[in-house]
Design a protein. Structure first.
Length: 339
């Protein structure tokens, strides 16, 4: 074939090789001088994407343009999403193991947004009984514990798992029971006398039975009263093994007596026939403390951020936020940090 020959489609198709496209019926031309990639194509062909001088490219169809527009929009959304996820991942946060009472009373829902506004630190809460919360902290799965069993807390620190404990606030325990009050304890102030009356009556008493701060206090009251409720287990004394809210729900359905913290009771709505019957004994004081997990035991914990949370709780701003939380105008927790 000479360069002066016109384009022969049949011959061109027989010579076609991958990566090349025919130039159509235009006269044959060689690749532009000095262009090795183009010069490598056989005569009558140019590498894919080569546009001859003066050629007019066809316009994309409306469908093609729409597809390209959608693709660009998707990529833009994807880029924004990835950026947002990256920013979220960079936001500082700590994990706090705390009692079910601080969660179910609504205190944290009121308190934590105030702390975040002050510090920029988010707090993720694992609501557990005090015993479980301290076990979680022993494993190094949280940065802070905020609980209410001083004896268990001091043991936790003595074992080297926590930095010094700081008192934050208190509320109190109460005994609630059925309106019919078969044990006749309504109006009593002495918690030990009340438990003795419940035992003598054989009326149903519900215990959390979950190694929580509330459960520890209940067992202490039984012991101080010289009573062993386990002798009535399965008949009048029963354990739920659950948090305060679920235990109150069960007590409501059974019309049983139960020891609860006042804050959770005030926020509890499914009361049924239950009423507050016993309150006011000094032994019913319920003290809360905050402990930062010891970084010497768990170096991966966020001790700097955790310390900011603990410091804020005992600061004037934190103490005011605790005092300001109320339900129906009634204060639930009373700040008593020692400064």
């Amino acid at each position: 074939m000479n360069l002066t020959d016109t384009f022969n489609p049949t011959l061109a198709l027989s010579q076609r090789r991958p990566g090349c496209v025919p130039l159509g019926p235009a006269p044959l031309r060689s690749a532009p001088p000095g262009d090795v990639s183009r010069g490598s194509a056989p005569l009558g062909y140019a590498p894919r994407g080569y546009v001859p001088p003066g050629a007019v490219l066809p316009r994309r169809s409306s469908l093609t343009r729409l597809m390209f527009a959608k693709a660009r929009a998707f990529l833009a959304v994807l880029a924004i999403s990835l950026t947002s996820d990256s920013v979220w991942a960079q936001q500082p946060f700590i994990v706090v193991a705390s009692t079910t009472s601080t969660e179910q009373s609504g205190l944290f829902a009121s308190l934590l947004p105030v702390f975040k506004k002050h510090s920029g630190i988010s707090v993720r809460v694992i609501a557990q009984g005090t015993g479980q919360a301290l076990t979680t902290a022993r494993r190094g799965d949280v940065d802070v514990v905020f609980v209410h069993d001083p004896a268990a807390e001091e043991k936790f620190i003595a074992e080297g798992f926590g930095l010094p404990r700081r008192e934050v606030m208190y509320n109190d325990f109460i005994i609630v029971g059925p309106r019919s009050d078969p044990a006749k304890i309504r109006g009593m102030r002495d918690v030990l006398t009340s438990l003795s009356a419940i035992t003598a009556s054989g009326a149903a008493f519900l215990s959390r039975g979950d190694a929580s701060g509330t459960h520890a206090a209940e067992l202490r009251y039984w012991r101080d009263a010289g009573l062993d409720p386990q002798q009535g287990k399965g008949s009048w004394y029963r354990e739920t093994g659950s948090g305060m809210g679920p235990t109150l729900n069960t007590a409501s359905s059974m019309n049983a007596y139960v020891l609860t913290d006042r804050a959770t009771w005030l926020n509890f709505r499914n009361r049924g026939e239950l009423e507050l019957l016993v309150e006011g004994d000094q032994r019913l004081l319920n003290q809360y403390g905050v402990i930062v997990v010891n970084p010497a035991r768990h170096p991966h914990t966020k001790v700097y951020l955790a310390q900011q949370f603990a410091d804020w709780l005992v600061s004037p701003a934190g103490q005011k936020a605790i005092a300001d939380y109320r339900i129906g105008g009634e204060q639930l927790f009373f700040p008593n940090a020692k400064r």
